[in-house]
Write a protein that binds this ligand. Structure first.
Ligand code: DQA
Length: 152
């Protein structure tokens, strides 16, 4: 019998709907829709079904994480600026105890000091930063290998 398809929820936070036109010198030219399409393609090649959502609202992200247990095996989270401030997102990731990879297009630690601290990193399995749009696919590869090692 073949292994069941893994399900991953990819969440993006505030202002990431503006990718493509938002500070392209920092975040690159790729839109969030394009990132989502290539992530679903990369997922298909890895045997992972990827569901992608974006919200500018902390509570909506908290709701989606809180409902993820049982529906998804793992999370990718680019929480945008909320990465640096949100204890609620830290608690939500801990509460569902699903492996979560923190994602950033830029490398926050090479930018302004207020971006150096991640509030959510301590709740995450790992982190991929600094590879532009490709950070998402790299994070998916890492998460998929973690999940398939667990189910083997
Ligand atoms: C970001 C980095 C954050 O510091 C910033 O607030 C964002 C985008 C990134 O993907 O590089 O909104 O998460």
């Amino acid at each position: 019998m073949s292994a069941p398809q893994l399900r991953v929820l990819c969440l993006s936070g505030p202002n990431l709907q503006l990718l493509g036109t938002r500070e392209p010198e920092v975040y690159g030219p790729t839109t969030l829709d394009e990132i989502h399409a290539s992530l679903r393609g990369a997922g298909a090649a890895l045997g992972v079904e990827v569901t992608c959502r974006q919200s500018n609202h902390e509570g909506e992200l908290v709701d989606w994480i809180g409902a993820a247990r049982g529906a998804f095996e793992g999370l990718l989270l680019n929480a945008g600026a909320l990465s640096h401030t949100s204890l609620s997102l830290f608690d939500a990731i801990k509460a569902v105890s699903l492996p979560c990879v923190e994602v950033h297009l830029s490398n926050p630690e090479a930018r302004e000091p207020f971006r150096h601290h991640s509030m959510i990193a301590g709740a995450c399995l790992g982190k991929v930063t600094g590879f532009g749009a490709h950070s998402y696919a790299l994070a998916l590869t890492g998460l998929a290998s973690h999940l398939s090692a667990k189910t083997r």
